[in-house]
Design a protein around this ligand. Structure first.
Ligand code: HEM
Length: 286
């Protein structure tokens, strides 16, 4: 059986093709701009991926050249944009179609703002540390990652030297095996009879062993040595964006029936049409 590419290889080939078709595509233009700005200010007080790539280029010139620098930066943008957008969309939709979840989530935002010391600027964005102390909202994020994984296909791995026994079957080395998060995440043995329902409370269950098991087997970011390198950034983006979005706007879904999923390598949704009304900033302090 031919070997399937890793996501990293897939994205690199995709980026190369994209650059060929659209040599000055938005992503490439943007990443080149970031690289140039890093080159102008190499001693950033806030090192990011590009800073690390530049350090790697200086340290390992035989592995990392100019072209790879650009490719890696592009890969990060490709790998981190649609995936994050899918989970953001899923969060907005599920919170809106579950009025009880909406009420509990907004109550956590209110409590977070009210808990701020008097002298702290009310208008400051909700911080990562504050978002982490919103248990129901964190459960909503985990549930969206479970219920609607961004990747819709198998994530391939090669069986290593010596082969491996999986579920009583011996697979010889070099065999390509893989799991699909959509299958794992709907496993009733693991998530219970209601695995097909969106129910954030499963992550707040008193049975800590069961919650740990679900967390360990969560496959939304893949697993093992090729686990998504942007996982922590993604969790930060999801936490900060969604809290600010609902804090600043009253959000109303135009028509839940418009929501559709397009299965593929990425399971992209359409139909999340909403009406936005800016919220009175004081209303959340009452
Ligand atoms: C909610 C958002 C995200 C989801 C659901 C997601 C999901 C995934 C998955 C499933 C993989 C495959 C892992 C595997 O093969 O086991 C992956 C790999 C990767 N992700 Fe993410 N990702 C997200 C955000 C990001 C962000 C923000 C970045 C960059 C800043 C990023 C960069 C990458 C890269 C570079 C890889 C390839 C890693 C490798 O092959 O070693 N991802 N991601």
């Amino acid at each position: 059986m031919g070997q399937l590419p890793t996501i990293d290889e897939y994205l690199r080939v995709k980026n190369k093709l994209l650059r060929w078709v659209r040599p000055t595509g938005d992503i490439t233009r943007w990443t080149v701009k970031q690289i140039r700005s890093h080159l102008k200010n190499p001693d950033s007080s806030c090192p990011d991926f590009v800073t690390r790539f530049l350090q790697a280029r200086d340290k390992y010139p035989e592995i990392m050249n100019e072209e790879q620098l650009e490719e890696y930066a592009n890969t990060n943008v490709s790998a981190g944009s649609d995936t994050t957008a899918i989970i953001l969309r899923s969060l907005v939709y599920e919170i809106l179609v579950h009025p009880d979840a909406y009420t509990r989530f907004m109550a956590e935002i209110k409590a977070t703002l009210k808990a701020r010391p008097q002298d702290e600027h009310y208008d400051d964005p909700i911080r990562w540390s504050e978002g982490l102390k919103m248990p129901f909202f964190q459960a909503c994020i985990k549930e969206c990652l479970r219920y609607h994984p961004a990747l819709g296909q198998l994530i391939p791995r090669d069986v290593p030297e010596g082969g491996v026994e999986i579920a009583g079957k011996l697979l010889p080395e070099g065999t390509v095996v893989g799991c699909n998060a959509w299958t794992i995440h709907r496993d009733k043995d693991l998530y219970g009879e209601d695995a097909d329902e969106w129910r954030p409370d499963r992550w707040l269950d008193k049975d800590v062993e069961q919650v740990r098991r679900m967390e360990n087997l969560s496959f939304a970011f893949g697993g093992g040595s090729r686990l998504c390198i942007g996982k922590n950034i993604a969790m930060l983006e999801l936490t900060k964006f969604i809290t600010e979005f609902f804090r600043r706007y009253e959000v109303e879904l135009v028509d839940p029936k418009r929501w559709k999923l397009r299965p593929g390598w990425l399971v992209v949704q359409t139909g999340l049409d909403v009406r936005l009304n800016p919220r009175d900033p004081q209303s959340l302090l009452e």
